[in-house]
Ligand binder design. Structure first.
Ligand SMILES: *[C@@H]1O[C@H](CO)[C@@H](O)[C@H](O)[C@H]1NC(C)=O
Ligand SMILES: *[C@@H]1O[C@H](CO)[C@@H](O)[C@H](O)[C@H]1NC(C)=O
Ligand SMILES: *[C@@H]1O[C@H](CO)[C@@H](O)[C@H](O)[C@H]1NC(C)=O
Ligand SMILES: *[C@@H]1O[C@H](CO)[C@@H](O)[C@H](O)[C@H]1NC(C)=O
Ligand SMILES: *[C@@H]1O[C@H](CO)[C@@H](O)[C@H](O)[C@H]1NC(C)=O
Ligand SMILES: *[C@@H]1O[C@H](CO)[C@@H](O)[C@H](O)[C@H]1NC(C)=O
Ligand SMILES: [Zn+2]
Length: 449
């Protein structure tokens, strides 16, 4: 059991961290630490090519309650709450921006080159405030304002938001690893389907076997921040911490350090992209949004099913004959994962390829480590992960929510709403189920075919 560390202990740690950092500062100039090597300091005991899951009911049961019971972390990941941000709080919490380790990384970045872009604000309702931002000229390539994906700054990684391969459904699941994902991952494994999995750092340390299973099954693991907040509303230090500690969590638990990340709610601008680029991270967005997170909350399940049906229909009616898409879906809970299992057979019947984003982009090394390799698009290895379009006719519905017009759709500030992560886990350090109101997000269909 983990106990909440006392304020005194935190203070002592912070002082220790400060002294250590001060020492580091003098040595940094003479040391050869460069930011590109940050991931080499993560001392993971996990071999990503040889993951053995604990033989406990949580790793095998299909009953959500059984799967979501607290378990002792694997021996190759010793989860010490003192070494991590508090679960579901900004990653600078628990003194994590004051550690020698973090300061070393922070100080290795040349912040004089960082873009001078304002930290955004969110209103009382949690929605981003866009008043005063020039949405037409969109100087900061702020996706939430314009669905911009091509940075206006030099030296910043450009977003990936679609799979260029024709007739291709880019399979992505956000917000995992969810403690109750066994049936879903069994299904994907059985069907030889690989997805890009955007994991939240808090979930990774909380449910380590869940993340290890993602790596064991060969999914494309990517970073989805520590606490799932609107990234443009965080300071430079907070943005760096959200990304850095999630990179570390994924490496310590699965043995790989991602090269890709996805901002919560898609909220990214050139300032946030620039910081991500320092950690060699490229943003992956989407161009079709199922809004599956809303099923049974702000939207009826039937509405989400209709959206799925439309996207299926588009796979069969030529919409993607010249290039494919990336769809946003979620691992959040039994509701979203059941929808995925229900629709994947129809999706596979309508699309030629149903694949993860690394594969559709021919990214054979999606991690810092060169020990894990992905096959390029079309290689025999992943050909078996897609089925040839069958004669099954998907149901075609009359209207689609998303327009297929060329160019980015226009997200007006009024259409942007966000529900804050209200029910944050108590920071007892126990593996609690955070049970947060995950999404909400933008009721906009970000469509940039
Ligand atoms: C899944 O999450 C949504 C949104 O929070 C909620 O409405 C739904 O009831 C949840 N389903 C399960 C099975 O927990
Ligand atoms: C394809 O299906 C979608 C969804 O039903 C529809 O909106 C679109 O107009 C269709 N396109 C063509 C070319 O039939
Ligand atoms: C994981 O899924 C279960 C139900 O399937 C849900 O109760 C729980 O809230 C989810 N956990 C997170 C962190 O979303
Ligand atoms: C959803 O929960 C039920 C039991 O409540 C379980 O049988 C089923 O396998 C779960 N589905 C997924 C996708 O986890
Ligand atoms: C991936 O590689 C295949 C085979 O060389 C090529 O046909 C395809 O255009 C490439 N796709 C991308 C997105 O680079
Ligand atoms: C977005 O909306 C603004 C005003 O509402 C308009 O001037 C602009 O052209 C629109 N942009 C796009 C890409 O449609
Ligand atoms: Zn998310």
């Amino acid at each position: 059991m983990y106990i909440k560390i006392s304020t005194v202990a935190v203070t002592v740690l912070q002082i220790a961290g400060f002294v250590q950092a001060a020492t580091d500062k003098t040595t940094t100039t003479s040391s050869s630490f460069v930011i590109g090597d940050y991931w080499k300091s993560f001392n993971s005991k996990v071999d990503p090519n040889n993951i053995v899951l604990g033989d406990i009911p949580q790793t095998t049961s299909n009953d959500p309650a059984t799967q979501c019971k607290y378990y002792t972390p694997p021996t190759n990941f010793n989860y010490n709450t003192k070494e991590w941000p508090n679960l579901w709080e900004t990653a600078t919490s628990n003194g994590m921006s004051e550690t020698a380790e973090f300061k070393k990384v922070y100080n290795a970045i040349d912040w004089t080159k960082a873009p001078k872009i304002a930290v955004r604000k969110s209103g009382a309702d949690g929605a981003l405030v866009m008043t005063g931002y020039d949405q037409n000229n969109d100087p900061d390539c702020w996706w939430s304002a314009s669905t911009c994906t091509k940075p206006k700054l030099e030296g910043v990684n450009e977003d990936i938001y679609t799979c260029p391969e024709p007739e291709t459904w880019g399979l992505t699941y956000d917000d995992g690893p969810n403690c109750s994902h066994n049936a879903f991952y069994d299904y994907l494994e059985d069907q030889k389907l690989k997805a890009s999995m955007f994991y939240i750092g808090s979930n990774v340390v909380n449910w380590p076997y869940g993340a290890q299973r993602g790596q064991k099954n060969g999914h494309h693991i990517a970073d989805h921040t520590w606490s799932h907040q609107l990234m443009t509303t965080l300071t430079n230090t907070e943005v760096l911490a959200e990304l850095y500690y999630t990179q570390k969590a994924i490496k310590m638990v699965t043995g790989v350090t991602p090269k890709h990340w996805r901002p919560a709610f898609g909220d990214v601008d050139d300032r946030v992209r620039w910081i991500a680029t320092q950690l060699d991270l490229t943003t992956i967005l989407w161009n079709l949004d199922t809004d599956d997170w809303a099923a049974e909350t702000s939207a009826a399940k039937a509405t989400v099913k209709k959206t799925y049906d439309d996207f299926v229909a588009m796979g069969a009616n030529g919409t993607f004959k010249n290039s494919g898409q990336i769809t946003l879906t979620h691992e959040i809970n039994n509701t979203t994962m059941s929808l995925a299992i229900e629709f994947l057979p129809k999706i596979r019947a309508a699309y030629k390829n149903v694949i993860d984003v690394a594969t559709c982009m021919n990214i054979t090394h999606p991690y810092q480590e060169d020990t894990v390799t992905f096959a390029p698009f079309g290689a025999a290895d992943n050909a078996k992960t897609s089925v040839a379009a069958s004669s099954v006719a998907p149901s075609v519905s009359a209207s689609v929510k998303a327009s297929t017009s060329a160019g980015a759709s226009n997200a007006s500030s009024s259409s942007v709403s966000q529900v804050a992560n209200s029910d944050v886990a108590e920071s007892a350090g126990v593996q609690l189920n955070p049970n947060y109101a995950v999404l909400a997000v933008f009721a906009i269909a970000a469509y940039a075919l």
